[in-house]
Design a protein. Structure first.
Ligand code: GLY
Length: 367
């Protein structure tokens, strides 16, 4: 299966190509961007085999490359690493018209994207995401950032890539826990506004996580098309459309924070538990049928994702979790907008949620 999806942003529009085996054929798409110049590929140690495969494929096509290999993990999204990366790219003589390749998961994509946003006041970059989470979410839409002492993703820029190349077959070697976590972001698109896709996930989710190529490719193309539509409608998250992508993230972020943003609860797992809590909270407020909230939780249990605080291993009190929410970057004039749901596929932004009510709801959840 192969698909090309366009993120329609006027003169900053770009294609997302999805095709198994695309890494080996990347030169077909990258040669016009290389224009005879050396391409910098930024990656991390875990992705080295894919980096070698990409360099070999580009080499055969006569494209010279330089690899910059960083440490895997969230700590790489730091001021220090950003400075070091910018210096390396400057040393390599990267010019504004050059395209830097970000080959990796969300950490590499976010860091490289931000470096390219500020290098010489902006150079181009190509995303080649190698995790399911990056393929269906972070590589598309131009959000770039690093973390600081004060929190995750607080320093960054919107900077759209010139192209996204998605090769689903690179997921064959991704640890299944990572695939499962990325799957939470796939299901999110069904929960937001596409109940038929949620039903598809209920039928095919287990197969997808087990690596069934047909299920995987279908889900990636569907999710990317949804993300492209949302980004085109609200590039800078100003009219409420793109904010829908934060479903499960306010609850999930608080859970990740109390887990210390560690391997105890990785991002997609936090999103899964967060979506379950957003639906359970909506049901508790009487705005969502309880059957829909239970259906969400049941699907997470079916595929081995956490369906709430207990399954996520979170014992913190409601007060502790809400305290983390108060530091959320979406907090505005003392109010935290929440993504709630009238039902599956009926997510909406609610700016009237009382954090005391959230705290009481969280305290009532089984630990
Ligand atoms: N990951 C959320 C967004 O791209 O807006």
């Amino acid at each position: 299966m192969s698909a090309t999806i366009t993120v329609a942003l006027g003169d900053r529009s770009y294609p997302i190509l999805i095709e198994a085996g695309l890494l080996a054929r990347a030169a077909d798409h990258l040669a016009p961007l290389a224009r005879g110049r050396t391409m910098a590929i930024v990656t991390d140690r875990n992705v080295l085999p894919h980096c070698q495969a990409l360099r070999a494929a580009l080499g055969v096509a006569g494209i010279r490359t330089e690899a910059i290999v960083l440490e895997p993990g969230e700590k790489t999204k730091s001021w220090d690493q950003l400075a070091a990366l910018c210096d390396r790219l400057l040393d390599l003589g990267v010019e504004r018209g050059d395209h830097v390749i970000a080959l990796g998961g969300g950490v590499i994509g976010d860091l490289v994207g931000f470096a390219c946003a500020i290098l010489k006041r902006g150079c181009r970059f190509v995303q080649i995401p190698t995790t399911l989470l990056a393929q269906v979410d972070s590589s598309v839409g131009g959000k770039t950032a690093i973390n600081t002492r004060a929190g995750k993703n607080l320093i960054g820029a919107f900077h759209q890539p010139a192209m996204v190349l998605i090769d689903p077959s690179v997921l064959d070697t991704l640890p299944v826990r990572e695939v499962r976590a990325g799957y939470a972001e796939v299901v999110k698109y069904g929960l937001i506004d596409d109940p038929a896709f949620f039903a598809w996930c209920e039928t095919h989710g287990t197969d997808l996580i087990a690596g069934n190529p047909a299920a995987r490719d279908h889900a990636i193309a569907h999710a990317v098309a949804a993300k492209a539509r949302i980004v085109a409608a609200d590039e800078h998250e100003t009219n409420g459309t793109r904010a829908l992508l934060n479903l499960g993230h306010t609850f999930g972020h608080a859970l990740e924070a109390v887990a210390g943003f560690s391997q105890a609860l990785i991002h997609g797992e936090g999103v899964a538990a967060g979506c379950a809590l957003a639906f359970a909270f909506s049901a508790a407020q009487g705005i969502c049928p309880r059957a829909d909230s239970e259906r969400v939780a049941a699907h997470w249990r079916d595929v081995g994702l956490p369906d709430g605080l207990a399954a996520a291993g979170i014992a913190a009190t409601g007060a502790t979790l809400v305290e983390h929410m108060r530091h959320d970057k979406k907090m505005a004039a003392g109010t935290l907008p929440f993504l709630l749901a009238h039902g599956i596929g009926k997510t909406y932004l609610d700016k009237t949620v009382d954090l005391d009510v959230v705290e009481a709801f969280l305290d009532a959840q089984p630990r």
